[in-house]
Design a binder for this molecule. Structure first.
Ligand SMILES: N[C@@H](CCC(=O)N[C@@H](CS)C(=O)NCC(=O)O)C(=O)O
Length: 278
């Protein structure tokens, strides 16, 4: 765990490890350019989906805090991820990780035939997975940042909030497992399932909890054996692994959040002022 002193590290600008290899394989012009940053969990969501759904793309690593013009052209707030859709003339922009995920899901349905959501033939299964994803967006992700940014007076409460969010996720996953057939998009929670929508929506934060929150907050993920087996399957999944840098990159990049440095990011400002995430 950290010594409790801000050492002044800043965020990385280039991927390392497996993610670097993947970047190097995606430098040629393609119909879609992904604007991303190596540390960003919102980017990783989208990136995992590209890999899993088999959609061709080019990666353009950018600094979202410097906001180069080509990023602003695709994402009005200068947030990553952003997409440039080069098959339109002139190219068209798309931003917002969950909207991009839906776009990629639709695109894959018309091209590669792969899918992250359960089949349309089971609308209730699709709804259950979306309910899990809604919990991730509205409760779990904000709880992650509140805990990471919270000063000592707020940390106990924030830890409890994150623990409760994870327990609720476990409850939702167990409940859905009873109601969705494995093979119908029940996800890696089931040991016979495949990567699904919820897995992609949440894995980047579960992974960062396992290294960043462990390092700065001595946080341990739930011990529930099913939860532990699920995280192992998530982290080892080829599409997730291919987009993951070495753990030091995340620990370094999140020091700014852990010490709640002023103007860390739009997400950090939203947490500090109690507003919704950007
Ligand atoms: N709601 C956005 C959030 C994306 C986001 O906050 N990305 C961060 C990097 S992890 C960013 O671009 N920050 C730049 C800034 O704060 O100005 C999404 O889901 O795509």
């Amino acid at each position: 765990m950290s010594s409790g002193k801000d050492s002044g590290k800043t965020y990385h600008l280039s991927c390392t490890g497996d993610a670097l290899e993947t970047v190097n394989k995606h430098t040629d012009e393609r119909d879609i350019t992904l604007f991303g940053s190596c540390f960003c969990p919102f980017v990783q969501r989208v990136w995992v989906a590209f890999e899993y759904l088999g959609i061709p793309y080019k990666v353009n690593e950018v600094d979202p805090y410097k906001k180069p013009k080509d990023l602003l052209d695709v994402s009005p707030k200068g947030l990553v991820p952003g997409l440039k859709l080069n098959y339109f003339n002139p190219p068209r922009p798309l931003n917002e990780s969950t909207v991009i995920l839906e776009y990629l899901e639709d695109l894959a349905a018309n091209t590669t035939g792969r899918t992250l959501l359960p089949s349309h033939t089971d609308p209730y299964a699709r709804a259950l997975v979306r309910l899990q994803a809604d919990h991730v967006s509205r409760t779990l992700v904000p709880a992650f940042y509140r805990f990471l940014q919270g000063d000592e007076t707020k940390q106990a409460e924030a830890r409890t909030e994150l623990d409760a969010a994870l327990q609720q996720l476990i409850h939702l996953l167990n409940d859905a497992e009873q109601k969705i057939d494995a093979g119908m998009g029940s996800g890696l929670w089931s040991d016979s399932g495949e990567l699904n929508w919820l897995d992609v929506m949440v894995a980047p934060w579960i992974f960062r909890a396992s290294n960043v929150l462990l390092h700065y907050r001595a946080f341990e993920l739930p011990e529930d054996p099913k939860f532990r087996a699920w995280t192992q399957r998530l982290f080892a999944h080829p599409a997730f692994k291919a987009t993951t840098s070495t753990e030091d990159l995340y620990v370094d990049s999140y020091e700014r959040y852990a010490y709640n440095r002023p103007n860390t990011s739009q997400v950090a400002n939203a947490i500090n002022t109690g507003r919704g995430l950007p």
